[in-house]
Design a protein around this ligand. Structure first.
Ligand code: HPA
Length: 280
């Protein structure tokens, strides 16, 4: 692990270029849109008119997903006319990966040529106006409880001190709202807070997050968004509210509940994401 971290800090761009070359030896497909498929969207990969699939394990140094519901491949292909690369399966801090390792596949998709990134996830609803199965467009995030993926020698894909005031593109948010409206898909919006997990939060932590202005909580997306903004992606994100956060209801929370809700609303989630891709 330690030599790997040292390599990441010193030779980071060299390693990305090597990884890029491995992919380029398999496919010359140039995506315009990148997509991270969270829980409930794993099967979205089947909606992609697939040109090529590259497993993370084929790419030296790339972290592989260990989470049971996450596969581990880049899927290249078309959604309508749009050229996409999708991460079928992401990696998380709670799997033991560093924030720099979580950043790796995001940067690779940027180096492959993608300019827009759509992040998706399952999240616990904190906002009292949210219901299980709702979709929430992410307007901003709180990443203060997780390490920054940008700590260490600056990877030259971006500036040392990137601005985060418009992390989730306002222009994309407008388009997403219009797409949801024209497809009659109700869409909430709000602030996503990331914690490391893997334990779900305590009721006291959820009260704290509510006080801080969070509307939903999860274990993935903010680190990816920071990485993406740093390397010049235009970013947007949609959370599927798979459960109400701990303490909002007086009952225990299980990962089965998260998966069951995600699976139940997956078809509508797939429609929303397909239409967003076509519209941007
Ligand atoms: N907390 C953290 N992560 C989650 C949750 C939650 O309630 N639901 C889905 N991912």
């Amino acid at each position: 692990m330690l030599p790997f971290i040292i390599i990441v800090m010193i030779e980071v761009l060299v390693m990305y270029k090597k990884q890029l070359q491995i992919i380029r030896n398999i496919t010359d497909f140039e995506p315009e849109i990148a997509l991270v498929l969270g829980s409930g969207l794993g099967n979205f990969a089947e909606k992609i008119d697939k040109v090529c699939e590259v497993e993370y394990s084929q790419i030296e140094g790339m972290p592989v997903s260990t989470a049971p519901t996450h596969k581990g491949s880049f899927i290249f292909g078309f959604v309508g006319e749009k050229r996409v690369v999708a991460m079928q399966g992401r990696v998380h801090l709670y799997e033991g990966y560093s924030a720099q390792q979580v950043a790796m596949p995001i940067r690779i998709m940027r180096l492959l040529g993608a300019k827009t990134l759509i992040l998706t996830n399952a999240a616990g609803g904190i906002n009292k106006g949210f219901n299980c199965g709702d979709f929430m467009m992410i307007t901003d995030h709180i990443a203060s409880f997780v390490p920054s993926p940008l700590i260490g020698k600056n990877c030259e894909l971006g500036t040392r001190f990137p601005d985060m005031s418009n992390a989730y593109s306002k222009a994309l948010q407008q388009r997403i709202k219009a797409v949801a409206k024209s497809n009659n898909i109700p869409l909430k919006s709000g602030v996503y807070a990331q914690l490391t997990g893997p334990q779900f939060e305590t009721p006291a932590e959820i009260k704290m997050l509510a006080t801080l202005g969070a509307d939903a909580v999860g274990m993935s997306t903010a680190i990816e968004a920071i990485t993406a903004v740093h390397c010049g992606f235009e970013v947007c994100g949609i959370s599927l509210i798979s459960n109400l956060a701990c303490g909002i209801l007086d009952k225990p929370l299980t990962s089965e509940e998260v998966t069951d809700t995600a699976n139940a609303v997956a078809p509508q989630f797939e429609t929303l994401i397909t239409e967003i891709i076509k519209a941007i």
